[in-house]
Design a protein around this ligand. Structure first.
Ligand code: CTP
Length: 400
């Protein structure tokens, strides 16, 4: 279950070439269970038809401020009240200016004025328009009033120029919608999450690493952000792109990860070590490639520092969460790690199964808490697992 499920999203589509991307936005919102009602402005309807938006949203598309049928039934006030979120994508310079100045001369600008729901705007326009003082000032004023913007991306624009102005990626817009709609159970909290494997260099071409993909740690970071936390994600080498709206620090070795986590975690409320830190590293990485016939004698390995155990020794009031990847005796081994490292909770998963864990998008875990309780989470997406784990941690250890 995601928190977009069952939520009412009113999607305003204004007149720009990016209006066709509203189709993808509707599809993604509906995929997560949101109910989408579209308001199409007059200029928006020059770029995309009401029929397309209606077919995809499975709801009537609203276009007129004074429509006799919808006014008796739904009406602009009702649309404004029903919304859990008003998303305007694409948002033109015109709609940004109108909402900033309190002009309510069509259905969308009227609903924007009447709603108490959060407003999220994804601007799309020519780069010079986007840089224009009027647009900048209008956006700044709206941010002051609590409106959220997902900034446009850079790239080739339909007008033939290149620069900022392209509608942000759908994934980024939907992620901000989630951030706005999730309960703010971690508001005001600072969270550090580690993810991925570490890589311990043997020489310039070889290194010791493991199979961790980083997906579970990334999910823990992204979900903490949705719950309102200020998040730093410290990740070892992974193929995953930086998640939007949080701070990402890329590191390579266990030592770099230890330093980054310690620095970011200094005044954190919670530290989650989801990384699969290499247990050993070459004592001294060679500056030059080691010839293969010398490898056996030249690789002298030593243990890496245990980042989590070190944090556990200086625990203070930080909530510490570990991950345990096991192939056998899951619960007993995980409980022992929690005790030894002085943790509040440990998330244990069975890595002997091919259908979950490493590199999979799904996981099935058992969460053990220091108070002796456990929580079994059935197989679900790593996002859903991360959501349940954070809810449990928050309820047990982080309530204000
Ligand atoms: N961890 C750490 N620093 C290390 C090794 C592990 O912080 N050098 C953290 C991991 O991020 C994870 C937890 O400790 O949260 C895992 O505990 P660990 O005892 O290392 O698990 P395994 O590597 O599975 O241990 P073992 O091989 O002994 O089963």
């Amino acid at each position: 279950m995601t928190t977009l499920a069952g939520r009412e999203v009113v999607l305003g589509v204004t007149g720009g070439i990016a209006a066709y991307k509203a189709c993808e936005i509707i599809r993604e919102l509906r995929k997560e269970g949101a109910n989408v009602s579209v308001i199409l402005t007059a200029s928006g309807s020059q770029f995309i038809t009401p029929l397309t938006l209606q077919t995809l949203s499975k709801n009537p598309v609203h276009t007129d401020l004074f429509n006799l049928i919808s006014e008796s039934d739904i009406g602009h006030i009702s649309l404004a009240q029903r919304a859990n979120l008003l998303l305007i994508a694409p948002a033109t310079a015109n709609i940004i200016g109108k909402i900033r100045h309190g002009i309510a001369d069509d259905l969308l600008s009227t609903v924007a004025m009447a709603t108490t729901a959060p407003i999220l705007m994804a601007p799309a326009m020519n780069s010079d328009m986007y840089a224009a003082a009027a647009v900048r000032e209008n956006m700044e004023a709206l941010v002051e009033r609590g409106v959220t913007f997902v900034e446009p991306g850079e790239g080739a624009l339909a007008c033939g120029t290149t620069g900022p102005g392209r509608l942000a990626d759908t994934g980024k817009i939907i992620e901000m919608a989630r951030i706005l709609l999730y309960d703010k159970i971690l508001e005001g909290k600072k969270v550090v999450v580690s993810a991925g494997p570490t890589a311990e260099d043997i020489d310039p071409v070889r290194f010791i690493t493991n199979r961790a993909s980083g997906k579970m740690g990334f999910a823990m970071a992204v979900v903490a952000r949705r719950f309102g936390a200020e998040v730093t994600l410290v990740t070892g080498p992974t193929r995953l792109p930086d998640p939007p709206f949080l701070k990402v620090e890329r590191v390579r070795s266990a030592q770099e990860m230890g330093n980054a986590v310690a620095a970011a975690g200094e005044n954190a409320n919670a530290i989650v070590m989801a990384a699969a830190v290499a247990d050993v590293r070459p004592a001294a990485p060679a500056a030059r490639k080691i010839p293969k016939n010398e490898l056996m004698e030249k690789i002298d390995v030593v243990r890496t520092d245990d980042i989590l155990a070190n944090l556990g020794e200086l625990k203070r009031n930080r909530v510490l969460v570990g991950f345990a990847a096991e192939t056998n005796d899951l619960e007993a081994k995980a409980r022992e790690k929690m005790r030894k490292k002085n943790l509040d909770a440990i998330v244990a998963n069975d890595v002997s199964r091919g259908d979950i864990g490493f590199d999979s998008d799904r996981n099935e875990v058992k969460v053990l808490f220091s108070d002796g309780t456990t929580l079994d989470l059935v197989k679900a997406s790593k996002d859903a697992i991360a959501t349940a784990v954070w809810r449990a941690i928050t309820v047990k250890f982080m309530r204000a």
